[in-house]
Design a protein around this ligand. Structure first.
Ligand code: T5A
Length: 218
């Protein structure tokens, strides 16, 4: 049986990596195989492309070229990491996926929906998340958390954008949640890590339960 594909999305410092780790621990404690991965990255070629993108080296090429690079990384990630794990029946918990492209490059980078959609089709090979958890919190809070974590290190390509950009990200993620309510669940990420983990677990549990039989069927 195919495994379950769960993605975590949201702005900078929303707690995606922290919650991916906590969710994987919980699933493993229950005896499930769980692969934790991330984008950009998650496979050797994609990790190499991550360095290029997040260093800002590709920024002068413009948002469309960056979108192509994210898609190229995703192709390798899906083929090398995600699909094999799902085929084994494992849970895959992924820190960012296609919604980040829709938001960062699409809504904020002004790359047209045609290119975003075409590259998404090519890169995902019909591999869609079963559940997307959108970690929502004020942009300023997320940026403060991200800055505290990186200490003296420089902000990366997108973290360095201004507050208006990050507030725009938040709104764009909430728009996606509104347009795809069956797949996306919004989680209040301003609470403490344990409370956020509990809210996430309540949502993920539904994926573990077998679907109720339809009345009248054998
Ligand atoms: N990108 C990515 C695109 O533009 N397009 C795409 O298609 C894709 C896939 C990735 C960048 O690439 C862009 C988006 C990003 O800018 P990244 O380094 O992976 O870069 O950055 P993020 O995904 O933003 O990850 P961060 O590491 O910044 O944030 P997280 O993972 O959301 O947060 P986390 O868990 O590392 O926590 C940050 C700090 O806050 C603390 C943690 O201990 C940590 O110190 N924390 C909390 N503190 C208080 N309360 C809580 N509930 C907390 N949860 C965590």
């Amino acid at each position: 049986m195919r495994g379950k594909f769960i993605t975590l999305e949201g702005g900078e410092g929303a707690g995606k990596s922290t919650q991916a780790r906590l969710l994987a621990e919980h699933l493993r404690n229950l005896g499930h195989e769980c692969v934790v991965t991330r984008e950009p990255g998650g496979s050797p070629v994609a990790e190499a492309l991550r360095e290029v993108i997040l260093s800002g080296a590709a920024a002068p090429l413009g948002p469309s070229a960056e979108t192509v690079l994210f898609a190229a990384a995703r192709i390798d990630h899906v083929v090398q990491t995600i699909l094999p794990a799902l085929a084994r029946g494992a849970f895959v918990v992924c820190d960012r996926f296609t919604d980040s492209t829709r938001v960062y490059q699409g809504a904020l980078g002004k790359v047209g929906p045609g290119l975003i959609h075409t590259l998404e089709e090519i890169a995902t090979a019909q591999c869609r998340p079963d559940l997307t958890l959108i970690l929502d919190l004020p942009a300023q809070t997320g940026l403060a958390r991200a800055a505290a974590r990186r200490a003296q290190q420089a902000a990366d390509r997108y973290e360095a954008e201004g507050l208006a950009f990050h507030e725009g990200l938040r709104l764009a993620f909430l728009e996606i949640a509104k347009s795809e309510p069956a797949r996306c669940k919004v989680v209040d990420a301003a609470k403490g890590p344990d409370e956020v983990a509990q809210a996430i677990w309540a949502t993920v549990q539904a994926l573990l339960e077998p679907a109720a039989p339809i009345a009248g069927t054998p």
